[in-house]
Design a protein around this ligand. Sequence first.
Ligand SMILES: *[C@@H]1O[C@H](CO)[C@@H](O)[C@H](O)[C@H]1NC(C)=O
Ligand SMILES: *[C@@H]1O[C@H](CO)[C@@H](O)[C@H](O)[C@H]1NC(C)=O
Ligand SMILES: *[C@@H]1O[C@H](CO)[C@@H](O)[C@H](O)[C@H]1NC(C)=O
Ligand SMILES: *[C@@H]1O[C@H](CO)[C@@H](O)[C@H](O)[C@H]1NC(C)=O
Ligand SMILES: *[C@@H]1O[C@H](CO)[C@@H](O)[C@H](O)[C@H]1NC(C)=O
Length: 501
Amino acid sequence: MASPTIAGPVFLPRLLACLFFFVSLTCCCDNLLLNDYDFQRCLELRNTCTSLSLSRSSFCGTIPTEIGRLTKLSFLDLSYNEFTGSIPNQIGYLTELTMLLLSDNHLSGALPYAIGNLERLSSLALANNDLSGAISSGIGKLVNLGSLNLCNNDIQGQIPSDFVAMTALRSLYMYDNSLTGTLPMDLHQLSNIAQFLFSGNSLTGTLPDEFAGLTNLQVLDLTSNSFTGKLPESLGNLSESLELVTLTSNGFTGSIPASWSNLQSVTSLYLNNNSLSGGFEILAEEGGAPYASLKYLDFADNSLSSSIPTAMGLLTNLNRLRGMRNRLSGRIPSEFGNLRDLDALCLEENTLTGGLPSELGQLSELQRMNFSNNLLTALFQPDTNFSNFNLLELEYLDLHENRISGPLFSELHQFQALLLLDLGSNSITGTIPTGIGGIPITYYLNLSHNLFTGSIPKELSQITGIVELDLSSNRLTGSIPEELQVIPPALTKKLDKYFNY
Ligand SMILES: *[C@@H]1O[C@H](CO)[C@@H](O)[C@H](O)[C@H]1NC(C)=O
Ligand SMILES: *[C@@H]1O[C@H](CO)[C@@H](O)[C@H](O)[C@H]1NC(C)=O
Ligand SMILES: *[C@@H]1O[C@H](CO)[C@@H](O)[C@H](O)[C@H]1NC(C)=O
Ligand SMILES: *[C@@H]1O[C@H](CO)[C@@H](O)[C@H](O)[C@H]1NC(C)=O
Ligand SMILES: *[C@@H]1O[C@H](CO)[C@@H](O)[C@H](O)[C@H]1NC(C)=O
């Protein structure tokens, strides 16, 4: 070899045999991690090397143009190295390649046009590099490509029209680039596509009805683009396949299409941060259990304006329900009590009215419940049997800024895991129940801006976790109990600060 600059001490003889052409391959450091098996094979095959795997080997510098001489290669893996510069055009000579894996380097420049010559490619992975420029239209020649991963680069421009000629595509990972323009017409030609991930680009326009043709589509992620217009009804036709739909942070308008209630396989539906309006026609009460598989439902930060349908209680696999900052009105449906797997119920900043249904007490997995900034008028009904309560995991209960009146129930020992209780800015009356000592690990307790009367119960000192206690702006009388003055210095401070009677 003219100038072998491979510095690593390990496996060097094998390396030389295999890398006959790699006269300028450079290693950054000396802990070469070579895949023994591949090198053994290369040794046997010598110049007819068909598989070269040098991933995670600390190579740096540019990829040598000599690579174009390894014309028998069908598998080339240079991923997880420190390669810089552009992908050499000579890569286009490796027409036997089925797998080309160059992810996780620092490669820059545009995709070589010659990549379109690699018609046998089934997998092309270029993720996590610094590639830029537009996708050249030659890419449509890769008719055997099943997986294309270009995510996390700086690919610009429009998606070329012959993109849809790659009809074997199953996985398309294009997220976190700078693509502009619209989705290609004739999208339905990509009929094998299962994963369609274009989040974090600057795509515009509406979603075409051609989505209905993608009958194998499982994952659709278009988060953080600038799509507008209505959500396509046609997506509802993908009832068998679709599992995850993420349309977060776009400019979608109109209502959630009723046809989407056919999506029986969907486990996650993220529609948050758009401009959706209307109600939940999608959960029309007749017709069995829509969304039988749904675990994550997020429609927060929209303008949905109906009441919450009781049919929401049919989504019995739901783990997380987030619908904050909409215009939801009406009562909290007691059917929420059926959602036994729910761990977060976040409906703050709506215009919900009425009280908390006692059925919520059955949500044994619930960790977070937020109804702050609504128009609620009551806590649990007076006849609630708290001994049936099962809120053993509830850590955050936030009801601040409502219109809650009436007394605070004293069965607070049913909330053993409670870390935060915020009832501030309501109209709660009566005394602070002595049962308050039953929430032992709470660190934040805010009862301020209410109409509490009487004295401060000494049982507050049983809340050993407390760091912030705000009882200000009530009608409390008497003095701070002695028991409270000896417990944590942090608390005493807060008392001084917030206690103003
Ligand atoms: C979706 O399904 C409905 C009813 O089955 C059908 O009328 C409609 O044409 C389909 N839409 C598309 C775009 O295939
Ligand atoms: C909501 O989407 C807009 C763009 O439509 C974006 O600028 C904003 O950061 C998003 N907000 C959140 C909280 O994600
Ligand atoms: C409350 O529920 C418990 C347990 O189911 C039951 O034993 C008790 O009788 C009930 N109390 C009232 C007042 O209904
Ligand atoms: C509940 O929502 C409000 C917004 O209205 C937010 O400020 C607060 O932090 C949330 N509480 C919890 C416990 O997450
Ligand atoms: C308690 O709640 C009130 C009213 O909602 C708020 O103004 C105050 O900042 C809160 N106190 C603390 C310590 O967070």
